[in-house]
Ligand binder design. Structure first.
Ligand code: DGL
Length: 287
């Protein structure tokens, strides 16, 4: 049994957030909104992304390195903002994390989907790895055993979100390419009534996705529910900081770490976080 990676936490410690790149900033945004008193260390493994096309062994190896790097900052909780890492490596990270809570995004996303769906027929779009692992399928069926889950890898949407092509004809054509087969009217039992955006990048494309679906379909992602789970985990452990405790110009303090190209992280990341990030704010780290 390996030694625990993270020491016992204190309330004033930051929350560690890990993603393969900038996508997890959509989750960080929700965390900052729901946990305004906290400070955060966000690590994007920009040197090794994408994770979504890699094997379970590789994703797990990279993720343990990243968790180790965040442990150096004395984090009191680790949020795995990446769906692919949550799908493949959560048990390995939890095993190493000792008493420090580790919150992934798949269970919260499944919870959001189950509360939104009336029919129990739920569609999921995610990376190839997340779909292949059957992570959302399993998490949804655990909460709702009679649910029907149709999952589809949608790799091109990751590239579109990073290119800033989030709405308009190209984004809608690609969204339609992936979603049309999932939402066919002639499916036995009818089309799904809920779509899970099972990848950090997809909330960026929600306008294009909305445009190709009927208004009856609920679109859910993990960010808000994940932030709510982190809130409850910290509250239960008496580690929650009151609003205002770690504020930096009215917003929670965030330290950005990346493994490659601070400039690109800042430029693309500013869109994902919906606030400016200066490249000088991004520290390069080696894993
Ligand atoms: N962050 C990844 C996820 O949510 C998407 C990008 C990647 O493939 O690295 O699965």
């Amino acid at each position: 049994v390996s030694e625990a990676l993270l020491p016992a936490a204190v309330g004033s410690a930051p929350i560690g957030v890990f993603d393969s790149g900038v996508g997890g900033l959509t989750v960080l945004k929700a965390l900052c909104a729901q946990l305004p008193g906290e400070s955060f260390v966000y690590l994007g493994d920009t040197a090794r992304l994408p994770y979504g096309t890699k094997s379970a062994a590789t994703v797990t190896r990279y993720s343990l390195k990243a968790a180790e790097a965040l442990a150096e900052y004395g984090v009191k909780c680790l949020v795995i903002a990446c769906n692919t890492v949550s799908a493949f490596a959560l048990p390995a990270i939890r095993e190493r994390a000792g008493a420090v809570p580790v919150v992934g995004v798949i269970e919260p996303g499944a919870e959001a989907a189950c509360s939104a769906s009336r029919s129990g027929h739920i569609a999921v779009i995610a990376t190839e790895g997340t779909v292949r692992r059957g992570a959302y399928q399993a998490a949804i069926l655990k909460l709702r055993s009679h649910a029907r889950v149709s999952a589809q890898p949608a790799a091109l949407l990751v590239a579109l979100a990073e290119e800033g092509l989030c709405s308009g004809p190209i984004a809608e054509a690609v969204a339609r390419h992936y979603l049309a087969p999932l939402f066919r009217e002639d499916l036995p039992g009818g089309p799904p009534d809920t779509l899970v955006l099972g990848c950090t990048h997809f909330p960026m494309l929600s306008d294009a996705i909305r445009a190709v679906l009927t208004p009856q379909v609920s679109i859910v992602d993990s960010a808000t529910t994940t932030a709510a789970q982190v809130h409850s985990a910290l509250k239960a452990a008496q580690l929650l900081r009151p609003a205002g405790a770690a504020q930096d110009n009215g917003a929670p303090a965030v330290r950005f770490l990346a493994t490659d190209d601070a400039g690109r992280f800042a430029r693309v990341g500013s869109r994902f976080l919906q606030r400016p990030i200066a490249s000088g704010e991004v520290e390069l780290v080696d894993l």
